[in-house]
Design a protein around this ligand. Structure first.
Ligand code: MD3
Ligand code: FE
Length: 203
């Protein structure tokens, strides 16, 4: 079922569940090459979320700013390749939401532990805002905040469960969004964590 969040934003409940047995070993493999790590923001804070990337481009932040890079700064090597199972999931989910030709070149993986959060922000480091963003949630349940085009706009809460996929395109692509501090029950497969990965066309 396709649950509408906005004009061109959809939640596909449980869409990733048939892929989970392929996704989990792929995530372990990616993390063995480019480990999850907490990065610094330009303002000097340490993110509570740990991140890594796969694909041609990876999102990074440090004291000099936010950007996409072909190189993992931790070891100065390219990011791990995007697994076929990832690309397949991203493309079928995007098509289901009305974006039939999605070709992601970046996948950002976020790992939340209890109390990790992501404050309201817009994703605007990508070159082409016409491509959608596809997000996959695994592990513990989280509350997603879905705002407007200004930080001060009111937010709606959307609860995201293990296996849910969200596709954001068009004007909804530029909405402010965030994740409330992670809390609640451990997940039977992933334990006390949530992993979110987002597919983007960044280059
Ligand atoms: C709505 N991640 O990595 S995914 C991010 O759960 C990010 O880790 C959150 O926001 C997470 O940038 C939320 C859902 C999401 C991702 C990108 C969006 C929603 C979005 C871009 C535009 C609008
Ligand atoms: Fe975001």
């Amino acid at each position: 079922e396709r649950e509408r969040l906005g004009d061109q934003a959809y939640v596909l409940r449980g869409f990733a569940l048939p892929f989970v047995n392929e996704l989990l070993p792929a995530i372990t493999q990616i993390a063995s090459l480019s480990p999850f790590r907490q990065m610094q923001t330009p303002g000097g804070y340490t993110m509570s979320v740990a991140l890594t990337n796969c694909g041609k481009l990876g999102w990074v932040t440090d004291r000099s700013g936010y950007r996409y890079s072909r190189i993992d700064p931790q070891h100065s090597q390219p990011w791990p390749a995007m697994p076929q199972s990832f690309t397949q999931l991203a493309r079928t989910a995007a098509a289901e939401a009305g974006f039939p030709d999605f070709e992601p070149d970046a996948c950002l993986l976020n790992r939340y532990l209890p109390s990790s959060r992501m404050s309201l922000h817009q994703d605007k480091n990508e070159r082409d805002f016409s491509a959608p963003i596809v997000s996959v949630s695994l592990g513990m349940t989280a509350t997603f905040l879905f705002g407007g085009h200004q930080r001060s706009d009111r937010t709606a809460k959307v609860v995201l469960h293990h296996g849910d996929v969200v596709v954001w395109g068009g004007l909804d692509r530029m909405r402010y969004h965030g994740i409330m501090p992670l809390k609640g029950l451990a997940h039977p497969l992933l334990g006390e964590q949530r992993i979110n990965f987002t597919f983007r066309k960044a280059g």
